[in-house]
Each structure stands twice: as C-alpha cells, then as structure tokens.
Design a protein around this ligand. Structure first.
Ligand code: FE2
Length: 219
C-alpha cells in the first residue's frame, strides 16, 4: 500500500455510522471481515496478527447483524467498528492476499463495489484455502463459534442482504476466464497453490452460488 494512501487519523464513532444505510453497512462490514480473515493466511501472519484477526472476526460476526437489522443500535455499531479497526490495523501490519486480489480484479473488470465482491468471494476463498490451513480454520471457527467458517461467512452475507453470486451482479460466466488467468499469472503467495483448475472452480462457484466446498462442509 502506498504511504500516500495511508490515513494520518481514523475516527471510529458509532454515532457517525448510525445513519449509514444497511446496504453500505453490510458491504463495508464484509470488507472489514475479509481484512481480519485474510490476515490469518498471508505470508507475514504471526502470533500477534493471529490474535487481532480472530478477535476482529469475532467482533464483526457479533456486531454486523445488529447494525443492519437495527441501524441505530450503537452497541452493535461499536462492536462492528472495533472489528473494523482491528481489520484496518491488520491490513497495515500483514497486508492482503488472494481474496483481495480477486476482489480487486472483479472491481476493475466489472465495476463491482468492493464490499459486494467481498461478500461473494470471502466464503469461497475460505473454503478454497481451508484444506491447506487447518489450524487457521480452527482458530477462526472457535473465535466465531461456528464449525465451518466458510459456510458461516456465506450465511452472514445472506443475512446481511448481500448478493451471493457473481451471476446476480451481472458478471457473465464467460468473462471469468481472463480473471482466472490474471490470478494464475499473479503467483499470489497463498496457503493453497493457485493453479488454473482450482481457481477456475473457485470462481465458477462464486458465479453460480454453489455453496463453498469445505473440508468441514457437506459437499
Ligand atoms: Fe478490502
């Protein structure tokens, strides 16, 4: 991240966010959640970032439904913002990886809002990486109180009213191939190799809405 893009001051104030519409709240929330989740598997992850990441995910799982279902619930806003704060710190501390690379490509090619692509892609990337990072999945599962974090993220995005598929936001299935090539060519450091077949499967699942395949899931 360029230093020019790093803010000098960030103010987290639930009162200010109380008037943020549910749609934008949900999108921002899934982006924040992705910052914490992704910190669990990027190459620079460490014991301190693991603690912040699991706590950030826990806070966002706890707070986001209330923010969307009761927009003026300042307690829910404060909880979610605390998770967002940790996610922001983690981006600066350990950076971002495969999930954000995919979201940035989708945003650039198809004009998808960052939060929308985050809601669609995060469950799929967790499921994709799960077999290669069982300990991180265990930490995340225990932090959010869910057996299968990918399925839990999918359910959370659904509960928040976010799109769950690339199809429903206007992406043509045939247009996924160049995105796959960009990801493969990018050689992004990732717990599971990003070979063409695996990435193709990931993106087509994100397109169709097929539930994420997880070593803990049913499919
Ligand atoms: Fe992000």
């Amino acid at each position: 991240v360029s230093p020019d893009a790093v803010p000098c001051v960030v103010i987290y104030d639930p009162m200010v966010a109380a008037s943020l519409p549910p749609k934008e709240t949900a999108q921002s929330g899934m982006n924040s959640l992705a910052h914490s989740v992704e910190a669990l598997y990027v190459p620079d992850a460490n014991r301190l970032s693991d603690i912040l990441a699991t706590e950030g995910a826990r806070a966002l799982f706890d707070g986001l439904p209330g923010c969307v279902e009761r927009p003026s619930d300042l307690g829910a806003r404060a909880t979610a913002m605390y998770g967002g704060l940790l996610g922001g710190l983690l981006v600066a501390m350990v950076g971002i990886g495969l999930h954000h690379k995919i979201c940035h490509l989708l945003g650039g090619r198809f004009g998808l809002p960052h939060g929308v692509s985050n809601g669609i892609i995060l469950p799929q990337v967790i499921a994709f990486n799960a077999p290669a990072m069982p300990e991180a999945i265990d930490r995340l599962a225990s932090a959010i109180g869910e057996h299968d974090p990918s399925a839990a993220c999918f359910s959370l995005a659904k509960r928040l009213g976010l799109p769950l598929t690339l199809r429903e936001v206007g992406v043509a299935e045939a247009d996924l191939a160049p995105v796959v090539e960009d990801i493969v060519a990018g050689q992004i450091p990732n717990p599971r190799p990003t070979d063409r077949a695996a990435v193709t499967d990931l993106l087509h699942r994100a397109w169709s809405g097929e539930l994420p395949r997880s070593h803990r899931g049913r499919n």
